[in-house]
Design a protein around this ligand. Sequence first.
Ligand code: GCB
Length: 590
Amino acid sequence: MLRPRSTPTRELVNLDGLWRFSVEQADRPWAGPLDTTLEAAVPASYNDLFTDSAIRDHVGWAWYQRQVRVPRGWAGERVVLRVDAATHRGRVYVDDVLVAEHAGGYTPFEADITEHVRAGQEFRLTIGVDNELTDTTIPPGTITVDAGGRRRQTYLHDFYNYAGLARSVWLYSRPAVHIEDITIVTGLEEGTGTVRYSVRTSEPAPVRVRALDATGAEVAAADGAEGVLRIDDVTPWRPGAAYLYDLLVEVLDGDRVADSYTEPFGVRTVEVRGTRFLINGEPFYFTGFGKHEDTPVRGKGHDNAYLVHDFQLMDWIGANSFRTSHYPYAEEVMEFADRHGIVVIDETAAVGLNLAVQGGLTGVPPKPTFSPETFGEATREAHARAIRELIARDKNHPSIVMWCIANEPSSAEEGAREYFEPLVELTRKLDPTRPVTYAAVIFATHENDRIADLFDVLCLNRYYGWYIATGDLATAETFLERDLRGWADKHGKPILMSEYGADTMPGLHSVWDTPWTEEYQQSYLEMNHRVFDRIEAFAGEHVWNFADFQTANGIHRVDGNKKGVFTRDRRPKAAAHALRARWKPLAGRK
Ligand code: GCB
């Protein structure tokens, strides 16, 4: 799905701002003006905006509404409404008419509303957003009713179930005959870049494409909806040294340009060879974080100030990459990574497909994770849709070098292979060019995991010294090394530590190995690094987490998860300086 852009043939109106808001009309199909005095900011999760816990903990539909005027110059154009994300399910009404419905909280959807609006006139736009998670949503969850009759949402993932319109809403115009999709796949042959492109149009029409370099000069051109462009003396897109070209695509109607759209792209290749992860044929060692979209007040609301600042901090600390744990991030984030040479592992929202975590450290599930009664056919369908929508949205970003299709599924359980095999196949069919991975939970060992061989890279989440051997780093070091060597010896694939971390209260200090202190976080990371450096197959390290983040309440959480190397307001803990000392020089060494 193309991102809405202003082009010579398309106009764009941003609908962010203050919208009327209510959770009162809860489950009623919407009709009519909203009777409320509340206003909610868009983009933002609604949960932390208000002081009312009934809103924060609300389970079900919430309603956003505003008036929108269609620009008067849009007569004769198609009018499209685009919602960047409605978490987790959205319904869009133009006046009283339902025009779109979408499940999946982190991918965009749109509706052609031309038949329901008039250029120059206003209409009432209502967006319903449902935050419910069930066995058949991605991510999954369970709704219970408490003693007081209130509905409660529980879930198997460790971040707060923020909901609402956390990303932008757009109104845009496009011509009747238009470009629907563009796919770009690049290659490098000595000094020449190859750009395989394919353009889907709303109806058969002549297509012309031109590749422009960063100065706007034309470097290649072709006619036709599919083809290969060759760029001589190409400047590749490199980690830390981004270079973007533009693909200018035009649909023609005789001599007239009916539609025009510009898609940026970078020329680079990605490949797994043995235990190496190669970008442009050169070994790449990942340094960085699992992140979250999470800030005070806004929840998961996209914010360009935090975007810029987070990337500044990543640069300061020497991080060359991050994983979009545990859901697709806002498209602004992907575009920023493209422009600044940051490498991304792009993850679906399939987090919590694991009932074994309910068994605590025994790892024994109270009931099977993969079964018709728990996560079965319908869950897998929702998961497949999440993969399709992620790849459809993100396939052209040079920064994205790998798809991560799940975080910590119960991969050692019966049924895991049957569940995952078709999903891996689907991912490869949709994008044969990028490696595929999943992040393996600690209960999945090299001995009992049933799915690792289906994937290209072993991403391991390990917490020795935190959840296991708490406060005993010597034992933790032995356990970790044994665990990692087992995987390395068995699979001969690159290993990336996709999570390792220790909760840390800023300001808490000790001369001993005391969990929660700033010193312990540092010693914990150092212990991990000693082990990584002894293992040949290591291809990278992503600390959990970039910053502290909000979670559901729990006795093991102190106003959220405190494994951040930065606090929630982005101040460094002591470990940040230690990481910086390791990572800054690493770029040249590994
Ligand atoms: C994990 C999860 C992550 C949690 C983290 C933790 O394994 O993937 O979502 O936040 O552990 O801190 O427990």
